[in-house]
Ligand binder design. Structure first.
Ligand code: NAD
Length: 368
């Protein structure tokens, strides 16, 4: 068993992301080392708790830690005021205090919600991420963005609150539904597209084998985490470079809002379509060659991910409504639409000089 460590260096808020197989069995030991006298409380969702809570509990209990758990409904709708209130009140009832630890066992939904609950409980308690989806291991568990959705838009309520430790056990991904695995892969591909053409080339060669090969999967997770850790270290609160991680997200969030944040379109699928649209728009605006979007679409297709709006089942609002939803995304600055576009694969940049007519043409083209 090889456990790799990626450091997220943020001065007093620094922490380690441990990545490897069988890590959950070590959770008690690792968490004890972090906070020898702390009490812990676990937040998870129904699906994950049924599969992986017993192993986490056994590991915590072996280290002498009682592990009460709050099990919330699975799915994006859990990132709500109601469930946040439930989580915070439960943590207070468990007498989790300033020196104690909240443990998030789940995907991005649980990580975002439990992290936000930890951020606001007693003005901030520490929390540990035990990410159980590919998306959460490569992206949401690292970097300290926590929060919930507003009825008016996604992730509009939240806080920066860095975890104290991230334990990414590759073996937990084996129980993911194929569609959830593929959706998480959308975020893996994003790293290559935004800043590392060699990694994208590696993914073109190895992407289809990742699910069956834990060694390759661990490499992909470690590489993605290392990229995110570097970006977060340089720009923790998204004043500049961190915005590149939003490649595909302004399009994606609009499509998620248009489809009601549900099973119709998963977050990672929306990001995949968003990345394809960002590259299409980049070509139309004369920023990159046609080869780039062709490679993006071909790879997403091969991985079983959608890359066109036409792939979304059911009716969608018209282009003007989609653009209005894009403009509601929190990446908007001074009312101007800011997008991540690209000069080529691995060469993304942020711009607010977006040509509206070309944007409409790209949306229309992706529907047909
Ligand atoms: P999710 O947490 O809803 O998990 C997807 C589904 O997989 C759920 O039904 C869950 O119960 C199930 N599941 C989780 N782990 C499992 C496992 N090991 N085996 C079987 N089933 C399992 O969704 P997600 O895709 O992990 O995360 C999406 C969320 O992450 C979105 O809300 C998005 O906004 C957020 N996000 C946050 C950041 C950030 O920086 N904080 C970054 C990217 C995405």
């Amino acid at each position: 068993m090889i456990i790799e460590s990626v450091a997220v260096e943020l001065g007093p808020r620094s922490y380690e992301v441990l990545i490897g197989r069988g890590l959950i069995a070590e959770a008690g030991k690792r968490i004890r080392a972090l906070a020898p006298r702390a009490r812990v409380a676990v937040i998870s969702d129904e699906r994950v708790a049924g599969l992986h809570l017993p192993a986490l509990r056994a590991a915590l209990e072996a280290a002498g830690l009682a592990a009460p758990a709050l099990v919330l409904p699975a799915g994006e709708a859990t990132k709500s005021w109601d469930q946040l209130g439930r989580a915070v009140e439960w943590l207070i009832a468990q007498r989790i205090e300033r020196g104690d630890l909240v443990i998030a066992l789940g995907g991005g939904v649980i990580g975002d919600l439990a992290g936000f609950a930890a951020a606001i409980l007693r003005r901030g308690v520490r929390f540990v991420q035990v990410p159980t989806t590919l998306l959460a291991q490569v992206d949401s568990s690292v970097g300290g963005k926590t929060g919930i959705n507003s009825p008016q838009g996604k992730n509009l309520i939240g806080a920066f609150h860095q975890p104290a430790l991230v334990l990414a056990d590759i073996d937990l991904l084996a129980t993911l539904a194929p569609r959830d695995f593929r959706a998480g892969y959308g975020e893996v591909a994003k790293y290559g597209l935004l800043g590392d053409e060699a990694f994208f080339g590696w993914l073109e060669r190895h992407g289809p084998a990742l699910r069956e090969d834990p060694g390759l999967l661990q490499r992909a997770v470690r590489h993605s985490v290392a990229m995110k850790a570097g970006i977060v270290r340089r720009d923790e609160t998204e004043q500049g470079e961190r915005a590149l991680l939003n490649l595909g997200h302004t399009f994606g969030h609009a499509l998620e809002a248009a489809t009601g944040y549900g099973e119709r379109l998963l977050h990672g699928e929306a990001v995949a379509i968003g990345c394809a649209l960002a590259f299409e728009l980049s070509v139309r605006m004369g920023l990159c060659s046609q080869e780039a979007p062709s490679r993006v679409a071909a790879h997403l297709e091969r991985m079983g991910l959608p890359h066109r709006i036409a792939a979304i089942p059911g009716d969608l609002p018209d282009d003007e409504a989609l653009i209005a939803l894009m403009a509601q995304d929190k990446k908007v600055v001074d009312g101007r639409l800011r997008l991540v576009l690209a000069h080529g694969i691995g060469r993304a940049f942020v711009t607010d000089a977006v040509d509206g007519a070309l944007l409409r043409a790209v949306l229309a083209g992706s529907r047909g």
